[in-house]
Design a protein around this ligand. Structure first.
Ligand code: ADP
Ligand code: MG
Length: 262
């Protein structure tokens, strides 16, 4: 038995399989007790390995994604945010927008769940084995600027253009100068109709020129590509963070309106 075990272990190692060794005895015992046919025993063993391989792949994708937090659609309280059409979000979670390289843009004030939903959709894509990457606009532009300074821009751009989904969070908090705007423009152009962008912003499109230090031409050029194939989810509810604070009695209870739909 020991020799057999050793041979199994060697074969598993050679094939880079991990699960069968751990679970072989358990599954073998179950098969013996239930008198399962050999093919049934084999498929249970293989399915265990497939599940483990899927989990490893998703973990690797998640590590690459650099998500700031892990929140899923199941964690989202839809009734709280009445301005969001749950059906529309669940439809996006089917990921056909990713197949077409379309974009999704969440617009709204702070705390209403823009980043949460962007991450949740990205997680759905990672579960479907798509490569995703999360960045804030400030981090992305900073990183591209540093790369430009050392003559490494095209290489660095790949980090933002290759993933199937790029989440660009917090567009609008910090204004970009001309050089920074042009870096964002390059990312958007290179992804145009090829890879999806999920973007969050606290600014409505009419205010976007402000993001580019008043440069309406570049704002229009960026919006033109970004919005060509896109869904905008406009959230106009109350901040979830404030609600938590209100519940804890830390701030007053003046509510926000939550009834508009895009
Ligand atoms: P935004 O990006 O719009 O500023 P976030 O997505 O960062 O807001 O949300 C702030 C916090 O509140 C996060 O921890 C998020 O998970 C949580 N949150 C926001 N809206 C909801 C919601 N409707 N249901 C559950 N959690 C929510
Ligand atoms: Mg946010």
């Amino acid at each position: 038995m020991n020799l057999l075990k050793e041979r199994i272990e060697n074969a598993c190692e050679r094939l880079k399989l991990t699960e069968p060794i751990d679970h072989l005895r358990e599954i073998a015992e179950e098969a013996a007790t239930k008198e399962l046919p050999y093919p049934e025993f084999l498929i249970r063993l293989l399915e265990r390995e497939v599940a483990a391989a899927n989990e490893r792949a998703t973990t690797a994708l998640m590590r690459f994604a650099s998500l700031p937090f892990y929140k899923t659609l199941e964690d989202f309280d839809f009734p709280f945010q009445a301005s969001i059409d749950k059906k529309q979000i669940l439809e996006l979670a089917n990921l056909s927008f990713v197949e077409h390289g379309d974009n999704v843009i969440f617009v709204g004030p702070p705390g209403v769940g823009k980043t949460h939903l962007a991450i949740a959709l990205a997680i759905e894509a990672a579960r479907a084995r798509q490569k995703i990457r999360f960045t804030t606009l400030a981090d992305m532009v900073g990183s591209l600027q540093r790369a430009f300074e050392v003559g490494n821009l095209s290489q660095r751009l790949l980090a933002y253009t290759k993933p199937k989904i790029l989440v660009i969070d917090e567009v609008g908090f910090l204004p970009l100068d001309r050089a920074q705007s042009s870096l964002l423009f390059q990312v958007i152009c290179q992804r145009y109709e090829r890879g999806s962008i999920i973007l969050t912003s606290n600014k409505s499109y009419g205010e976007w020129a402000e993001i580019f230090s008043g440069d309406e031409v570049i704002a229009a050029a960026i919006l033109d590509r970004l919005l060509h194939h896109s869904t905008t989810i406009s959230i106009r509810g109350e901040s979830y963070r404030l609600r938590e604070k209100k519940k804890a009695g830390l701030v007053g209870t003046k509510g926000g309106d939550a009834m508009t739909k895009n």
